[in-house]
Design a protein around this ligand. Sequence first.
Ligand code: DGP
Length: 122
Amino acid sequence: MSETIFTKIINREIPADIVYEDDVCLAFNDINPQAPVHFLVIPKKAIATINDITEDDRQVVGHLTLVAAKVAREMGIDQEGFRTVMNCNEFGGQSVYHIHLHVLGGKLLGWPPYTDKPKNLE
Ligand code: DGP
């Protein structure tokens, strides 16, 4: 797997607004926020997509959600609520091929997230 921009952030080769770090993961604010609060939680292990997660990654992937909740709590968005999203591949809207949990909050979010609603769902 080729190195992504997120590996460069982990290795401090490019800067990011880091909000949390431990041995397993890193959380930092999204460069292109889609809500008043929008940060990403990424594993330090480079896993390209959800399709590439293996049984060995159970702990790592579960840890991302625990950290999302912890940071959301610290940012004071836990009670009003927030959304976590992990995009997968092209139709899922994934642009960086190193899995990451988006955490979005700070206002009432719309649902569902279509840009163009498919005709069969109208
Ligand atoms: P996705 O489309 O699900 O792969 O989301 C990738 C997100 O990563 C997107 O919301 C923008 C963010 N992003 C891309 N490059 C950088 C970067 O260099 N720094 C930061 N902080 N975020 C980035």
